[in-house]
Design a protein around this ligand. Sequence first.
Ligand code: NAD
Length: 256
Amino acid sequence: MGRFDQRVVIVTGAGSGIGRATALRLGREGASVVLVDVAEGGLLETENQMADGVSVLRRVADVADEAAVTALVAETMKTFGQIDVLCNIAGIASISGAHPPVTENSRDEWEKVLAVNLLGTMLTIKHVAPHMQARKKGSIVNTASVAGIRSGAGGNAYSASKAGVINLTMTAACDLGLDNVRVNAVCPGLVETGMTQKVFDYARAHEKAHKLGSRCELRRYGDPAEIAAAILFLASDDASYITGQALAVDGGNTAS
Ligand code: NAD
């Protein structure tokens, strides 16, 4: 028996990195998986990597577009008839690739980063949660970041969006708890994914790869599968008495 047998799980950001690792493990643990991303190529690659026999629905959608989210949820319900788990993993670090100080940041940058990371998380919860409330069960796992707990120069839009995700996690847990719908978040530390690839490429090119992850107590960066393991724990019945929490999965970065 897998922990997610008979469970239907929506995974946003499933076309890359942490979302892909989460979708693949969910499939291995018995779930039917709805793969969602704005990037179709990544989604196809994730679908190709899913274990044999897993039921998959693949959907290109922008989580910041409410009409797209509404259509995604309707199609999931039509296909599977239920939604047990929502994993909100889609996110962006910036639109320009740069991380300017607050005095130089643009309104466009702020609006886009907040739209995907924070509004996108809210919209999927808004449209998925009623189906969970109707069945009096469900679990939602959002993806914040250590950047939402502590920050550094230049990360203002991303950090604010992730701090917002942590707070939204708590408020949504309060809104949905009476209906037995749990809402939690993970706060990953540095992980090698599409989002951070330039940082890793630069460090390797300058023989500084050993410094990546050196700011955390385990003295290494994380693997997407390690974040996926924490997401599956919070999503599963193993975490049945946990709601409204933000779990740092960061090698101890925020411990010191
Ligand atoms: P990634 O870039 O590899 O994956 C993010 C995925 O989200 C991509 O496939 C992208 O196409 C998708 N996406 C972007 N905008 C979208 C939208 N509007 N609608 C739907 N899909 C969209 O990055 P990742 O590192 O796997 O990031 C996953 C989550 O983890 C993000 O929320 C990110 O902020 C968070 N996170 C990552 C790190 C890290 O070090 N990689 C650290 C902390 C938090």
